[in-house]
Write a protein that binds this ligand. Structure first.
Ligand code: ADP
Length: 421
């Protein structure tokens, strides 16, 4: 055991004090009582300092009691610690005030909840959005104030990885919850009523316009077919062109309608366990037929467990394979494969075709976004295929990742997280 320098000094002092008292006692012929008195005095001195320490701890002030020896050091250390604590408390209060000031100014509602969903604090925007009352609602459970079943379910599930959109008091609300600190939660929410309405209007417009265009185009293509049957040589070329463009328009319109339909469905009502081996084999065989031996098509399919809508997943894989065929020069190789790990299941469509520049990748799933418009048209593309793919994967909580290098090829991967049930 090593003794600290202060304790060593204290022991030296104690020994010197005892020797001093013993010497005086010996001179006076009362050595033992003097030794006893020395000990009592020593203990009394410590008790006195202990009392001062307790008093100071009860009401710490800037000045610590004056003392000597081991007590001087103890008081000095306590004093320093006290100052440090005051400083960090001040800093913390400042940070908290700054946080409250900034969240007060924020346009979206911010609510601090404890681990039992009790409201500890909220900003003024929360009053407007949830009609919280300043003083009355602090200390209330939030699920007593927002009584929407979707919200209560979301809160009790305690899985806040995704945000929640729900209707509350004639408003559409988007809400996020983040866990922080010691089991506390930060809830942030905003009013998306207007945005949702605009989105719906846009969707309805596209859907209505597509439906309206469908009939005249069907009529036109009927007449073009008629014309093609008894056509003279001089008109063959323009009629052929009109026919091609009408087919293209029909394709764009039916894909726009498909996209609008997918957008209108928020989530799938009925998940079924899909026979993925059958689905992938079917789509792969269709791709072989479409390809007409222009590429080497390979498949490496193992049994993967995906739940969802058969027809929709079929569209996804079919679109990815059609793209691979379209954007891979003749003689190239296209591989359809699957894999799995602890997180879930993967479907990969890989080609060694023209590839895609890095700057385009993030935008490929936008409607009508094409790297090379001319090439897409020439190959019969509409620019809507990957937008449909993304929409369907969103429905299935799945993610599309694209790895590609110009001149080397691309790999499109659909990742389906493993489901608990
Ligand atoms: P499109 O009907 O034009 O193929 P998509 O939405 O399916 O529309 O694809 C968007 C664009 O992404 C395409 O125009 C093309 O530029 C690019 N693309 C898609 N798949 C591939 C691929 N396998 N290789 C290279 N480019 C691709």
């Amino acid at each position: 055991m090593t003794l600290s320098a202060t304790l060593q000094r204290e022991l030296v002092f104690l020994v010197a004090w005892m020797l001093f008292m013993l010497t005086i006692g010996a001179v006076l012929g009362v050595a033992l009582p003097a030794l006893f008195a020395a000990l009592v005095l020593y203990i009394l001195w410590h008790l006195h300092n202990l009392n001062r320490l307790v008093q100071w701890l009860n009401k710490p002030s800037k000045n610590t009691p004056e003392a000597i020896g081991i007590w001087d050091e103890a008081f000095f250390k306590l004093h320093n610690q006290h100052l440090r604590q005051r400083k960090s408390r001040k800093k913390l209060t400042k940070v908290l005030k700054r946080f409250q000031r900034s969240t007060k100014a924020m346009p979206f509602a911010t609510v601090v909840l404890d681990s039992n969903n009790v409201i500890e604090w909220f900003n003024p925007a929360s009053k407007a959005l949830f009609s919280f009352r300043s003083r009355l609602d602090i200390g209330q459970r939030i699920d007593n104030l927002i009584r929407q079943p979707e919200f209560i379910k979301y809160l009790s599930k305690k899985d806040f990885t995704k945000s929640l959109e729900f209707d509350n008091q004639q408003k559409k609300i988007s809400l996020n919850i983040t866990e922080y600190g010691n089991g506390q939660y930060l809830l942030s929410a905003s009013d998306i009523t207007q945005r949702t309405k605009l989105d719906e209007m846009r969707r309805n417009f596209i859907s209505n316009a597509s439906h309206e265009l469908r009939t005249p185009i069907t009529v036109m293509s009927g007449y073009i077919e008629m014309l093609q049957k008894n056509i003279n040589e001089s008109n063959r070329f323009p009629v052929e062109k009109i026919s091609q463009q009408t087919i293209r328009m029909e394709k764009i319109i039916s894909e726009l309608i498909e996209l609008a339909k997918l957008e209108a469905t928020v989530s799938i009502d009925k998940y079924e366990n899909l026979d993925m081996t059958r689905l992938l084999t079917e789509v792969f065989n269709e791709a072989i037929a479409l390809d007409q031996n222009k590429h080497t098509l390979l498949s490496d399919i193992e049994d993967i467990k995906i739940t969802g809508v058969y027809e929709e997943i079929r569209i996804v894989i079919s679109n990815l394979l059609t793209n691979a065929i379209r954007y891979t020069p003749e003689g190239g190789e296209i591989i359809l494969s699957t894999s799995k790990d602890d997180d879930g299941y993967y479907i990969h469509v890989k080609d060694n075709g023209i590839g895609i520049g890095y700057e385009h990748i993030a935008r490929l799933t936008e409607r009508f976004y094409r790297v090379d418009e001319g090439r897409s048209r020439e190959k019969g593309g509409t620019g809507l295929g990957l937008a449909i793919v993304k929409q369907i994967l969103d429905h299935h909580d799945a993610i599309l990742t694209i790895n590609s290098q110009p001149g080397k090829g691309s790999q499109f991967t659909c990742f389906f997280p493993a489901r608990d049930n």
